[in-house]
Design a protein around this ligand. Structure first.
Ligand SMILES: NC(=O)c1ccc[n+]([C@@H]2O[C@H](COP(=O)([O-])OP(=O)(O)OC[C@H]3O[C@@H](n4cnc5c(N)ncnc54)[C@H](O)[C@@H]3O)[C@@H](O)[C@H]2O)c1
Length: 280
């Protein structure tokens, strides 16, 4: 069993959605928090809510795709609190485009946050987690770390890699006798701003948003992102408390995980056809 009370926990992407809910769930359990996000306004709201729950909070603007900044940040957090026990590598973005239409820059942008950001957070905090004597790396993958999905190769490949990274880390820490566990988190549809934020970011890059892309955003917001971030965070924090190595979050993700295990070769095309019908 891992106790969260009194631990120092760092959460990236804490300004919205699952990251905010994790921060508040950790605060309710009596953790000390290092909260970061690239979005300062969202971060400030989370910090205020966590402090209202009585938490001690260090906050900083951080872009997880900036490796040098992330490494410096890990040192700052360790110096600030004197110890760091847990890192929640949560910051992430969604992106939707077929492989034939995608540019290398599309992959660099998504992988920079969803894969390299997780790797940097893991490596930069690892020496501090080992030194804490009771460390935990919690990496937010996705249902798409188990299940491929058309038009999401950037996201899917990053999330599969996060699962591989996290499972390997757990084995290596155990083999080396280091006091650090690792948890790979696979949420299904969680009611956050992730789909809308993808559209906002595309507009900011000057991209034209097609009617199909608007329909996809609407479908996600109205039909697919169902579970509340607070409920998802509770499942994740309970998995940490139980020392789990993998947690699938939400009934949708659990059902699809099972379907893929039972019928690995046919399930993906069945799911893909169902997705097309839903988006239409
Ligand atoms: N919502 C879902 O259905 C769902 C499902 C599976 C996995 N996830 C994963 O959960 C994580 C959190 O997503 P969410 O749904 O809460 O989305 P969200 O958009 O509500 O929150 C993501 C947060 O990450 C921050 N962020 C984005 N780019 C960043 C960067 N470069 N550096 C630092 N912070 C950055 C955003 O500002 C935002 O505050 C992501 O890794 C996402 O892939 C979400």
């Amino acid at each position: 069993m891992t106790s969260i009370t009194g631990k120092v926990a760092a959460v990236t992407g804490a300004g919205s959605g699952i990251g905010r809910a994790l921060a508040l769930g950790l605060a309710r359990r009596g953790a000390k928090l290092a909260l970061s996000d690239v979005n300062e306004a969202g971060l400030a709201e989370t910090v205020a809510a966590a402090e209202a729950l009585g938490a001690t909070v260090h906050s900083a603007k951080l872009d997880v795709s900036d490796r040098a900044a992330f490494e410096a940040y890990a040192t700052t957090v360790a110096e600030h609190f004197g110890v760091v026990h847990q890192i929640y590598n949560n910051a992430g973005i969604a992106f939707n485009r077929p492989i034939v239409e995608s540019t290398y820059e599309d992959y660099e942008r998504v992988w920079g946050i969803n894969l390299w950001g997780v790797l940097t957070g893991t490596k930069a905090f690892l020496p501090h987690l080992i030194a804490s004597g009771d460390g935990y790396v919690i990496n937010i993958s996705s249902l798409n770390g188990i299940m491929a999905q058309a038009n999401m190769s950037h996201y899917v490949s990053a999330k599969f890699a996060v699962r591989g990274l996290t499972e390997t880390l757990r084995l290596e820490m155990a083999d080396a006798g280091h006091p650090v566990k690792a948890l790979s988190v696979h949420p299904g549809g969680i009611k956050t701003n992730i789909a809308s934020n993808a559209t906002i970011a595309a507009r900011e890059r000057g991209e034209e948003i097609t009617a199909k892309e608007i329909a996809i955003e609407k479908t996600y917001n109205e039909k697919l992102l169902k579970m509340s971030p607070d409920a998802a965070a509770e499942v994740i924090l309970k998995a940490v408390e139980k020392d789990k190595s993998r947690v699938v979050v939400g009934n949708d993700a659990k059902a699809l995980d099972l379907l893929i295990r039972v019928a690995p070769s046919t399930s993906l095309s069945i799911i893909s056809s169902a997705m097309k019908r839903i988006v239409r």
